[in-house]
Design a protein around this ligand. Structure first.
Ligand SMILES: [Zn+2]
Length: 114
């Protein structure tokens, strides 16, 4: 191998080594980022799960006949899970009325009639 060919071989080889190392580094950084995002999501979930988004106190699940709502035991805010409002809104008229009556009973503790 001539000196020129040798230099050319090393040059190509070096470029390949550098690009492989760069790809490996990017892959490792992406994995570390995904891991830290998952850890942060778990930390936030543990910190906020079943806590009022307004005042931070505990939420309690109350409900009847398939309707479950979360109510804050401090500020009495009422929260629905994802999809529950849509379910109520698309329910048949009769079912929707009964859902709203149930909600009214739950929220007022039965003080409202009709
Ligand atoms: Zn609250």
């Amino acid at each position: 191998m001539s000196s020129d060919n040798e230099n050319e071989w090393f040059k190509k080889h070096e470029i390949l080594l550098i690009s492989t190392a760069k790809r490996e580094r990017e892959k490792r950084l992406q994995q570390e980022k995904a891991k830290s995002e998952a850890q942060e999501a778990a930390r936030l979930r543990e910190l906020h799960w079943m806590h009022c988004p307004k005042c931070g106190h505990k939420l309690e699940e109350i409900g009847e006949q398939g309707i479950k709502i979360d109510r804050c035991n401090h500020c009495h805010g009422v929260y629905l899970d994802a999809g529950e409002l849509e379910e109520i809104l698309v329910a048949q008229d009769q079912k929707r009325k009964s859902v709203f009556r149930s909600l009214a009973r739950m929220v007022t503790g039965g003080k409202l009639t009709d």
